[in-house]
Unconditional design. Structure first.
Length: 295
């Protein structure tokens, strides 16, 4: 199965799992579930769930073991997008080609929808399951909590907000994005391996390093797309980083410098998994996709 077919397969599995987690019209206040489903099920690249599935397969497990962590990581990612789009944050009105959650459902409901997705992610991961040992579940819960919290994604977002309209060094920019973007991407790979009950510490370290590198590559590419892409293809306003005077790789390195940085990261990602031979081909193909994508 080539990468395109794999991604479609993993996206279908993820969509089915996400749909099952939030039944429609069955709760005290269905409007909240509608807001959650609106943001969670309106598409997207589903890169993080794909990484969970690919790392899980890399460690020799079947897709069933990846379902819960894949759904959980996408819920965390979606909650972060809902909150990032709010007026006190990025104040965006378009996401994935549709009005953002707070435009469609109001700011208060958007906040609550994000909160509910955040907590649902840990509910999904903590449900008793014969697929995982209790230790494996605890490791997955801790991995996701650290990546999503004040030492990971939230720290990166807080740093970003605190430094708008301020110049950053390249080291500061990389540190911010290793937290804001890279933490969840790296955690996706770790979650996939933990779901497979992988005990090989060297493999886990290599996957984590690979994740940190492609997480940074993902952000560099996003920064370039913000300049070179168009709103219709991106599904969100192009040029928004420039309009807000946000620190980006093209702003610090120039467009060509950012492209060179992206290629260097691509090479580093390949070196991380070189010793695993053909077994790593799908993961490396996804790294290439992250670098070469147009949205």
């Amino acid at each position: 199965m080539d990468l395109s077919a794999q991604l479609k397969h993993y996206t279908a599995l993820t969509e089915e799992q996400l749909t099952l987690q939030i039944p429609a019209q069955t709760e005290l206040y269905p409007y909240l579930q509608n807001a959650m489903r609106y943001s969670l099920l309106q598409g997207g690249k589903r890169i993080r769930p794909a990484l969970v599935f690919l790392a899980n397969a890399f460690c020799g497990a079947n897709d069933e073991k990846a379902l819960a962590p894949a759904a959980a990581i996408e819920m965390i990612h979606t909650y972060s997008l809902i909150h990032d789009d709010l007026p006190p944050m990025d104040n965006d009105e378009l996401r994935r080609g549709k009005p953002t959650c707070h435009i469609e459902f109001g700011e208060a409901n958007a906040i609550l929808a994000g909160d509910a997705l955040l907590t649902l992610a840990f509910e999904v991961l903590s449900r008793p399951s014969p697929l995982y040992t209790p230790d494996a579940q605890l490791r997955m819960i801790q991995t996701l909590a650290v990546a999503a919290g004040h030492r990971g994604m939230v720290a990166g977002q807080a740093f970003d907000l605190a430094h708008e309209d301020q110049p950053l060094t390249l080291d500061q920019l990389e540190a911010m994005h290793r937290h804001k973007t890279g933490a969840l991407i790296s955690a996706s790979l770790t979650l996939g391996a933990q779901a497979a009950n992988c005990q090989n510490q060297q493999l886990l370290q290599d996957l984590s390093r690979f994740g940190r590198i492609i997480g940074l590559a993902f952000q560099v590419k996003d920064d370039l797309l913000d300049i070179e892409g168009d709103t219709l293809t991106l599904g969100k306003p192009s040029g928004s980083d420039l309009a807000r005077n946000k620190p980006t790789y093209p702003a610090l390195l120039g467009i060509q410098g950012a492209k060179d940085k992206l290629l260097t990261l691509q090479e580093q990602a390949h070196k991380c998994l070189h010793d695993y031979g053909a077994n790593s081909s799908a993961l490396l193909a996804l790294a290439d996709y992250i670098v070469e994508r147009n949205h």
